[in-house]
Design a protein around this ligand. Sequence first.
Ligand code: GDP
Ligand code: MN
Length: 396
Amino acid sequence: MDLHEFQAKQLFERYRIPVPQGVVATTPDAALAACSTLGGTGWVVKAQVQTGGRGKAGGVILTESPAQVVQEARRLLGSRLVTHQSGSDGLPVGQLLIEQPTAIARELYLSLLVDRASEQLLFMASAAGGMEIESVAATAPEQIHVTRINPAAGLQPWQARRLGFGLGLDSAQIKTLGSLMNGLYRLVSDCDASLVEINPLVVTHDGNLIALDAKISLDDNALDRHPDLAALRDPSQEDAREAEARMNELNYISLDGNIGCMVNGAGLAMATMDLVKLHGGMPANFLDVGGSATAERVAEAFKLILSDPKVTAVLINIFGGIVRCDLIAAGIIQAVREVDITIPIVVRLEGTNAPQGLQMLADSQLTVTTASSLSEAADKVVAAAHASNRNAEAVQ
Ligand code: GDP
Ligand code: MN
């Protein structure tokens, strides 16, 4: 789960990481009021959407009058901001962060993340701030400085010095960097974050360091330990189907392909996706209905897959160990009664009560194709998806 910039900056303040003074506004009137709360003669208006590249997309505006703040607030609030990272639908802007402007001398990059390879937390810093770190890594990898934290020893003073020298900071700034890194380290550890990114970390005209942007990703598996952080979730920023799936306790991730997959067990789901690809198809999603799936959950899962307009064929691959295949069949039949299905469905049921499940599907007069092996199922669904694509094109 990701936090909004303003939420991340509120956490930063708790860990004494310097951020600009700011006020959150959800209406143009509140944006206007923020100008007098903050004072000064200029304000930065920042759309709160959980994606990068807002600046280039018109989501970060430097304004010079309260009237301009109101004008930008009217434009942004209620709109969808499309950035090069957001996908073509963009994300809805429900909140703005109005900030005091910062006089920028240099833009740096600093992040702290879980480095899975070394099983340690890793600080990454670069003098090329304001750019995406992936493109710095691709074009100027020598500009990226890293240091890993030994979990037994904790963060050491030399680590801030190493990164500080790399960034070309003076000794006073390196001291500030050290305290900032210490704050980030405590924040990541306390909150079970998987990533904190400050891009840009700014050196101001007076030589101070300040976090101009803030991104925090939290480890979903640790959210039970942090009800206060879990409450910060903004479903409007998430994939609607993934949010719906979470409410039904389904493990669903949407992907780019056109073959909907409903599988029980994460390992089998991965294997199914591999086989679909091996047979020349592209999965539209990862979906694990779990070991203890009920007919209702299967129905919800099936509706979820069908609500994706990309899906042109569905593969249901269930291995009945704990879950019974007749229950799965009941769920499919229930879902089909509730939604109108016009696309081909390939089913492979194996294991507990598989013959009963297959018989129920046959009796239901649904037009499903059955397969007796996983490979055959993948082959059939890829062929069905191709045929269904061609039909759709013929209709157009
Ligand atoms: P992002 O594009 O979504 O990463 O949004 P950022 O918060 O990083 O802002 C984008 C860019 O806007 C920054 O890299 C800065 O160059 C610029 N910017 C943001 N806030 C200020 C500010 O207070 N003063 C100045 N001069 N530029 C700013
Ligand atoms: Mn940024």
